[in-house]
Design a protein around this ligand. Structure first.
Ligand SMILES: N[C@@H](CCC(=O)N[C@@H](CS)C(=O)NCC(=O)O)C(=O)O
Length: 217
C-alpha cells in the first residue's frame, strides 16, 4: 500500500514532505486538505487529532509531525544517504537545524506571513505596516544566523550535499518572500536557494506555484 500524505500547498512543512517524496520518486498518494475547515472536520480529526497538516499514513501507522514524517520516509524508503546521513556527526548536523528551525525560521517567518497575509484576511483590516517592519527585521536576523551558523562557506546547510534541512528551510524561506524582499539583503541565501531549487527540480517550483501565484505582488 503506498504512503499517503495529507497536505496543503500553503503549508511549508507539507510542501517539504511532498517535495521529499517526489524527488525520491516514492510511490504515494497526496490528498489535499483545505485549511478553511476541512482539517477540523471529524474525518480528518480521526486521522490527525492535532488538526494540522501534513500528516503521513503508512497503512495503519500515522505520523502527525512533518519532520518525524520526513525521517520516517528516509528510513523506511532507504533514500540516498545525503538526505539524512547515517554518520552520527553528519546526521546530528541535520537534526540540529531541524530542531533549531521550529522556534526560528518557522516561527519568525510565520509571524511575518501572519501580519502580511493572514491578519488582513481574517480581520478585513489593512496590513499593519509597523508590525510588518518589526517582523521583517526579525526575519533578517534569523536569515543572518542561518548564513553565519549553518550555511557558512558550504553549498548546503549541513555541508556539500543537500539534506532534509535544506528542503525544510527553503520551503519556509520562500513563504516569507510574499511578505517583502526578504532575500534582497542575503545574497548568500539567494544563491543557496537557487542551488536547492535546481536539486529539487522540477518539484520545488511546481509545488510552490499555488503559493507564489496567489500572493506574489
Ligand atoms: N509541528 C507541525 C506543524 C504543522 C502546522 O503548523 N501546520 C499548519 C499549516 S503550516 C496547520 O495545519 N494549520 C492549521 C491550523 O492551525 O488550524 C509539523 O511540522 O507538522
Amino acid at each position: 500500500m503506498p504512503l499517503k500524505l495529507y497536505f496543503n500547498y500553503f503549508s511549508e512543512p507539507s510542501r517539504a514532505v511532498l517535495i521529499f517524496l517526489k524527488v525520491n520518486n516514492i510511490e504515494h498518494i497526496a490528498q489535499e486538505i483545505k485549511l478553511d475547515g476541512e482539517h477540523k472536520k471529524p474525518e480528518y480529526t480521526s486521522i490527525n487529532p492535532f488538526q494540522k497538516v501534513p500528516c503521513l499514513k503508512d497503512g495503519d501507522f500515522i505520523v502527525r509531525e512533518s519532520i518525524s514524517a520526513a525521517k520516517y520516509i528516509a528510513s523506511k524508503c532507504k533514500t540516498a544517504d545525503h538526505w539524512y546521513p547515517k554518520d552520527l556527526e553528519r546526521r546530528t548536523r541535520v537534526d540540529e537545524y531541524l530542531d533549531w528551525q521550529h522556534m526560528n525560521t518557522r516561527t519568525i517567518g510565520n509571524k511575518a506571513f501572519y501580519t502580511k497575509v493572514l491578519a488582513p484576511w481574517f480581520t478585513s483590516k489593512p496590513v499593519d505596516t509597523q508590525q510588518l517592519q518589526v517582523d521583517l527585521e526579525a526575519v533578517a536576523v534569523c536569515y543572518r544566523q542561518i548564513e553565519n551558523n549553518f550555511l557558512g562557506d558550504s553549498s548546503f546547510l549541513c555541508g556539500e550535499e543537500i539534506s532534509l534541512a535544506d528542503i525544510f528551510a527553503a520551503c519556509e524561506i520562500v513563504q516569507t518572500t510574499v511578505c517583502g524582499d526578504t532575500l534582497g539583503q542575503h545574497p548568500k541565501l539567494q544563491s543557496w536557494i537557487h542551488r536547492v531549487q535546481q536539486k529539487l527540480s522540477p518539484y520545488f517550483d511546481e509545488i510552490h506555484k499555488p503559493l507564489l501565484n496567489s500572493y506574489k505582488e
